[in-house]
Design a protein around this ligand. Sequence first.
Ligand code: HEC
Length: 94
Amino acid sequence: MKKAIILIASSLFLVACNSEAATLRENETITLFNKNCAGCHGLELNGTGLASGIRGLKKNDILHSIINGDEGMEANILTGENAERVATWVSKQK
Ligand code: HEC
């Protein structure tokens, strides 16, 4: 019985840690977006006078724009894992 309680308690602890880690990771991704993209595309992704809104796009298209740039947007503003993370996050903002 004692073992079972310890097992349950420690798995609850692990679940809590995992969701905390996920939140932390998401916050990091949002910070990456805010620092590198929001200046032109807006904090709410709805666009500014400098660039259009980028809601509702597909991950691969977003990643393509980050890597290759676009008219008025330089290539490789973010690279590697950071580019992937931001593209995934943006694609989820419908
Ligand atoms: C210096 C301003 C600037 C920055 C910074 C910038 N962009 Fe852009 N981006 C543009 C412009 C200009 C375009 C092309 C015209 C438009 O869509 O307004 C564009 C195009 C795009 C497109 C294609 C839009 C479409 O409708 O096909 C995506 C996706 C995109 N940017 C994502 C990002 C992401 C993600 C970041 C951050 C890593 C970023 N941009 C940073 C200016 C910028």
